[in-house]
Design a protein around this ligand. Structure first.
Ligand code: 5GP
Length: 190
């Protein structure tokens, strides 16, 4: 079981499937309070403001940073800025909810500084080859960008020992169920 099941941070290398696992949890585990991050990235088709992200302009994001409103924030893949709003997370913890943050490694390290008792879960690929296959296979990045992300992924994989637990993303449902049990919740029978 986990250190502090009240607040769990899920991180892991690029393309490992953090977003897919957290979408599965949003759709199947309403008992988990999944944090909605703020981002300067433009919405993708089907993404809703306040559901998938709080979409912000750069200036608005910067003023939230200046006000100290973020528990953590980071520039991800050298492109867009993402951050977790402190007030919403604190409120959910105070309400006794099981809180899950799905964030990048830089953000996870900031949360560890601020809240060392939180529960840190690393989502790992079944193998390096599989991670390469997922990154190349989704075909959303140029060859140059893929290469850059693979370099980042190597560094990110090396961070695994900083985490309390590792969940291998060999199957989305299985990985999500294992994560939920690490949060002190009971996985749903299928
Ligand atoms: P995407 O743009 O594909 O939705 O997310 C890109 C990356 O941003 C993912 O690795 C995701 O974990 C990370 N991310 C999403 N929200 C946050 C956040 O609030 N803070 C940090 N540090 N990273 C985030």
């Amino acid at each position: 079981m986990s250190k502090n099941p009240g607040l769990t941070v899920l991180a892991g290398p690029t393309a490992v499937g953090k977003g897919t696992v957290s979408t599965y949890i949003r759709d199947n585990y309403p008992e988990v309070w999944l944090s909605v991050s703020a981002t300067t990235r433009a919405p993708r088709p089907g993404e809703e403001d306040g559901v998938h992200y709080f979409f912000k302009g750069r200036e608005e994001f910067e003023s939230l940073v200046a006000e100290g409103d973020f528990l953590e924030w980071a520039v991800v893949h050298g492109q867009n800025t993402y951050g977790t709003l402190r007030s919403t997370v604190n409120q959910a913890i105070a309400d006794g909810r099981s809180v899950l943050l799905e964030i990048d490694l830089q953000g996870a390290r900031q949360v560890k500084e601020a809240l060392p008792d939180a529960n840190f879960v690393f989502l790992a690929p079944p193998s390096w080859d599989e991670l390469v296959r997922r990154l190349v296979g989704r075909g959303t990045e140029s060859a140059e960008e893929q290469q850059r992300r693979l370099e980042t992924a190597k560094l990110e994989l090396a961070a695994e020992p900083e985490f309390d637990h590792t969940v291998v993303n060999d199957d989305i449902r299985r990985a999500a169920d294992e994560l939920v049990s690490l949060m002190g919740l009971i996985p749903h029978p299928r």
